[in-house]
Design a protein around this ligand. Structure first.
Ligand SMILES: NC(=O)c1ccc[n+]([C@@H]2O[C@H](COP(=O)([O-])OP(=O)(O)OC[C@H]3O[C@@H](n4cnc5c(N)ncnc54)[C@H](O)[C@@H]3O)[C@@H](O)[C@H]2O)c1
Ligand SMILES: [Zn+2]
Ligand SMILES: [Zn+2]
Length: 371
C-alpha cells in the first residue's frame, strides 16, 4: 500500500563545518519511489560519526549525522512492496543496489552500486532541507540523528516488534559489524584463541561474537578499566590495560601468540603491531577504521614465513537482510546479551555531549532518542 504525506519538520543534528555541531529544524520530504519514512525511536552514537566530526574522512556537507538506528515505518512511497506502515525496522547503512556483481555474488557489503557511502539516497538526492531550503545530506544514506527519516526500502530491515528499539539501533551498525567480523569475515573456528583491541561498541560486539561461537581464550585490551570490566562480563577470559602492559609480549609469552587478533579502534600503531601478536597461521582482522590516507607498515617476511593473514572487515561482511534478523532472534532467544552494550540514553540535543564522551572513551554506547 502506498501512503502519502506532506513534508514534516523534525529537529536534526547537523554537521556543517569543522567548527562543530548544531541542532536545527529541518524539512523532510515525503517518501519518493522505493522510499519509506521511518519514525526514529533510538539511534546510537558510533565512532564513525565522530570520524566525520573529527574531519578524518571527507564528506559532503552539511550532513545530517547518525547511521545506527531503529524505528517504525510511518509512510511508504510508490513501489514499496516489502514493508508496511507500522513495521518495526532496523536501518542498515549499507543499502545495496541489488544489481552489481558483488550484490549478485551475495556480497552486499561490497556493493559497488550503493550511494550510501556518498551520503545520498540511491538516486543521488536528499529528502532533507534546512530552514533556507538548502539541501542537507544524509550520512551514509540515512542521517538518523532526527525524528523523521526518509530511506530507501532496501536500507530498512523488518524485525520482531518485541525487539527493544535501543537494541535494534545497535543492530544497525556496531553489533552487525562486530559479531559479523567473527562469524562472517574471519569465520573463527570453535576453541580458537583471540585478542580484541578496543572495547567500544564494536569491540564488545566482537567479544560477544567470540563467546557465541566458543572461542577460548578471549583477551580484551582497552585503556579503560570500566570497558574491561564490561568486556569480562560479556565473555573476555582475561583483560589487559593497553597502556600498562606490552600486549604483544604478553600474548607471545602466555599463549605463544593468538589465532585471531581483532582491531576495533582504527589506530595505525595498533594495526602495525597485530601480526606480531599472532601464532603461526594466525589472522589479523581490521575492523576499526583509520583516518583516510593513513599508512601502516608490516613485516612481509614474517607474514609469508609464518603463514599469517590480514583481513579487512567492512560491516562484518554482513548482508543486512539476512544477518540483522538472525542477530535479533539470537538476542530474543537470550543468546546475545545486547542490553549490556547500552550506555546513557539521552535526548537528541545531547548529541555533542555524547560525541565528546565517545572521544574521551567515557561510558558505553550512548543512545539518542529524538522527539
Ligand atoms: N569496519 C566497519 O564496518 C566499522 C563499522 C563500525 C565502526 N567501525 C570503526 O570501528 C572503530 C571502533 O568504533 P566504536 O564505535 O566501537 O568506537 P569506540 O570509541 O566506542 O571504541 C574504541 C575503543 O578503543 C579504546 N581505545 C582507544 N585507544 C586505545 C588504545 N591505544 N589501546 C586500547 N584501546 C584503546 C577506547 O577506550 C574505546 O573503548 C572506529 O574506528 C569505527 O569507525 C568500523
Ligand atoms: Zn557505525
Ligand atoms: Zn550492488
Amino acid at each position: 500500500m502506498t501512503t502519502t504525506s506532506a513534508p514534516v519538520t523534525s529537529d536534526a543534528v547537523i554537521f556543517r563545518s569543522n567548527a562543530g555541531l548544531g541542532v536545527e529544524p529541518i524539512h523532510v520530504a515525503p517518501p519518493g519511489r522505493g522510499q519509506i519514512r521511518v519514525d526514529v525511536r533510538a539511534t546510537g552514537v558510533c565512532h564513525s560519526d565522530l570520524h566525520i566530526v573529527n574531519g578524518d574522512w571527507p564528506a559532503n556537507k552539511p550532513l545530517v549525522l547518525g547511521h545506527e538506528a531503529a524505528g517504525v515505518v510511518t509512510d511508504t512511497g510508490p513501489e514499496v512492496d516489502g514493508l508496511a506502515v507500522g513495521d518495526h525496522v532496523v536501518l542498515s547503512w549499507f543499502a545495496p543496489c541489488g544489481r552489481c556483481l558483488n550484490c549478485a555474488a551475495g556480497r552486499a557489503w561490497l556493493c559497488t552500486g550503493t550511494k550510501a557511502l556518498e551520503n545520498t539516497l540511491p538516486d543521488g538526492s536528499t529528502a532533507y532541507t534546512d530552514a533556507e531550503g538548502h539541501g542537507l545530506w544524509p550520512y551514509l544514506g540515512l542521517g538518523t540523528f532526527t525524528k523523521s527519516v526518509i530511506v530507501p526500502e532496501t536500507a530498512a530491515i523488518a524485525v520482531p516488534q518485541e525487539l527493544p528499539f535501543e537494541v535494534g539501533a545497535l543492530l544497525g551498525c556496531s553489533v552487525t559489524t562486530g559479531v559479523g567480523a567473527v562469524v562472517n569475515t574471519a569465520r573463527v573456528p570453535l576453541g580458537s584463541s583471540a585478542v580484541v583491541i578496543g572495547c567500544g561498541g564494536v569491540g564488545l560486539s566482537i567479544i560477544m561474537g567470540l563467546k557465541l561461537i566458543g572461542a577460548n581464550p578471549i583477551i580484551a585490551v582497552d585503556l579503560s578499566a570500566d570497558k574491561l570490566a564490561k568486556a569480562a562480563s560479556l565473555g573476555a577470559t582475561s583483560t589487559l590495560r593497553g597502556d600498562q602492559v606490552d600486549v604483544t609480549s604478553y600474548l607471545q609469552e602466555h599463549f605463544g601468540g593468538v589465532d585471531f587478533a581483532f582491531e576495533a579502534i582504527g589506530r595505525v600503531s595498533t594495526i602495525e603491531s597485530m601480526p606480531s601478536m599472532l601464532a603461526a597461521g594466525g589472522t589479523a582482522v581490521l575492523v576499526g577504521m583509520t583516518a583516510a590516507g593513513s599508512r601502516a607498515s608490516i613485516d612481509p617476511f614474517d607474514l609469508a614465513d609464518q603463514g599469517k593473514s590480514i583481513l579487512g572487515c567492512n560491516y562484518g561482511s554482513s548482508v543486512a537482510k539476512i544477518d540483522i534478523p538472525k542477530l535479533a532472534n539470537l538476542y530474543l532467544a537470550g543468546r546475545l546479551p545486547l542490553d549490556g552494550l547500552i550506555g546513557r540514553i539521552r535526548p537528541l540535543d545531547e548529541a555533542a555531549a555524547a560525541l565528546e564522551d565517545l572521544r574521551q572513551g567515557k561510558g558505553l554506547r550512548s543512545i539518542l532518542i529524538p522527539s
